[in-house]
Design a protein around this ligand. Structure first.
Ligand code: BTN
Length: 245
């Protein structure tokens, strides 16, 4: 992963760029990374936009062809990528680093980054996956309306080399990807769960306009979040639950 690296000065979204490459031209090698200094239409989850100051942050997309992952288990890919990013940053942040379900990277209660994974399914099988990752690295200030974004620089008061972090992330993603490929899925699932933000803590959530107190107890194989709520277990998808601070 990351051997074939394309760097762009400016693009709408690296995810869009990579998806266009796939649909237009000759085959794109697995592991290709498209990195941009800036995006003018970066996309986040839940139809959000992704803002990042030009040249200061990591915004890139990588291509995997996870044909060996059954569609019903595609959340394993989310685990692979989250753990890869996590491992690349952990030497810098240690225990303060967590994975906020499903795939945000948190330091304490600030969001360092996130990912947008777009899977292409063909004939009932995963064919390719465009994995977009955005990480706040050297940005100093975030607008007032970006609620809880934080950068490595704000936390550690140093500048970081973007290429260096990128290459760490790529190597670790490859490690976990190969674990899944070799059938070591339990290892990946257990590790992902152990890294979760708010795991086993009594916290406030919102679902369908109802606030409630509950405790995250696990993530199902298919990626649903299981929260214990007044003694019963409820499962939620991304659109059904919100974390309240
Ligand atoms: C989120 O937390 O909502 C996901 C953010 C994903 C942002 C990255 S930046 C590189 C890639 N290109 C995009 O348009 N989005 C992803």
């Amino acid at each position: 992963v990351g051997q074939n690296l394309v760097t762009l000065k400016e693009v709408d979204s690296t995810n869009n760029f990579l998806k266009n490459l796939l649909s237009n031209s000759k085959p794109v090698p697995e592991g290709t990374v498209i990195m941009a200094e800036s995006q003018y239409a970066g996309r986040g989850q839940r139809d959000n936009v992704w803002h990042a100051e030009a040249g200061k942050n990591l915004t890139f997309s990588l291509l995997l062809n996870p044909v060996f992952i059954p569609v019903a288990q595609q959340f394993d890919l989310t685990r692979v990528v989250s753990l890869g990013v996590f491992d690349a940053l952990q030497p810098l942040l240690g225990d303060r680093l967590k994975i906020k379900w499903p795939n945000d990277i948190y330091c304490d209660s600030g969001k360092l980054g996130g990912m947008l994974i777009e899977n292409m399914i063909q004939g009932g099988q995963l064919k390719s996956s465009v994995i977009g990752i955005g990480l706040n690295i050297n940005q100093q200030n975030f607008g007032e309306n970006t609620t809880n974004a934080v950068s490595l620089k704000q936390i550690l008061h140093k500048d970081y080399d973007l290429r260096n972090i990128l290459s760490q992330i790529c190597s670790y993603i490859e490690v976990y990807y190969l674990h899944v490929k070799a059938g070591r899925i339990d290892l990946v699932r257990d590790l992902y769960q152990s890294r979760l933000y708010w795991l086993n803590e009594v916290r406030d959530f919102r679902s369908n306009d109802n606030k409630f107190t509950g405790k995250i107890i696990r993530v199902m194989d298919n990626g649903l979040l299981v929260v214990e709520r007044e003694g019963t277990e409820e499962s939620y998808n991304l659109k059904e639950i919100e974390f309240l601070n």
